[in-house]
Ligand binder design. Structure first.
Ligand code: THU
Length: 182
């Protein structure tokens, strides 16, 4: 599989490909990034994305449906997520809690890990749904992992009846640490 040696580049290659922090992402706030190699973050071709893009209401509906599977017996806070792949496929997740509390996994990470373990690599959008008036943004851990594996995707925050907020992941995680800094 492409990128199976991911993260095992030698020190020379690593240095060679290092780019300046703030400059790196200037002008790159587009929809979908190719994170398959750590050398560059190539924007996903917009034509491909446009062809494959789902209607936002369909993505929200997928997240609402996923939310019905939430295992949230401790917080009673049920969350659903729908992660859009560049191909147009949608992978969903719900939060999964457990009695130790700390091992809880958020809906966003469940969707991300499902998608990664199915071999998906290029992501364009994530919808997060909770039954609240205020939008429910991804937690810090989810922001970090979404950033590392998805890049600057669009984040759509909705409740059961409407979209409350749309933003880019870079707005939620403006000064990130990632593999390119190692
Ligand atoms: N949770 C999510 O699944 N996603 C979020 O964006 C925020 C929080 C979950 C984790 C936990 O099961 C419950 O909501 C309360 O924090």
């Amino acid at each position: 599989m492409a990128g199976s040696d991911r993260g095992h580049r030698g020190p020379e290659r690593r240095k060679q490909n290092r780019r300046g922090g703030a400059d790196r992402r200037a002008g790159e706030r587009r929809r979908g990034f190719d994170r398959r190699t750590e050398r560059e973050w190539e924007p996903v071709r917009l034509d491909d994305v446009r062809d494959a893009a789902n209607d936002e209401p369909a993505l929200v509906a997928a997240a609402i449906d996923a939310r019905t599977h939430a295992r949230a017996r401790f917080s009673h806070f049920h969350v659903g997520a729908a992660l859009e792949i560049v191909t147009g496929e949608v992978v969903t997740g719900c939060n999964v809690e457990n009695a130790t509390y700390g091992l809880t996994i958020c809906a966003e990470r469940v969707a991300l890990f499902k998608a990664l373990s199915d071999g998906h690599d290029l992501f364009t959008r994530i919808v997060v749904v909770a039954d609240t008036d205020d939008p429910t943004p991804p937690c810090g851990a989810c922001r970090q992992l979404l950033w590392e594996y998805c890049g600057d995707i669009e984040v759509v925050l909705a409740n059961l009846s409407e979209v409350k907020k749309r933003l880019r992941l870079s707005e939620l995680l403006p000064f990130p640490f990632d593999a390119r800094l190692l």
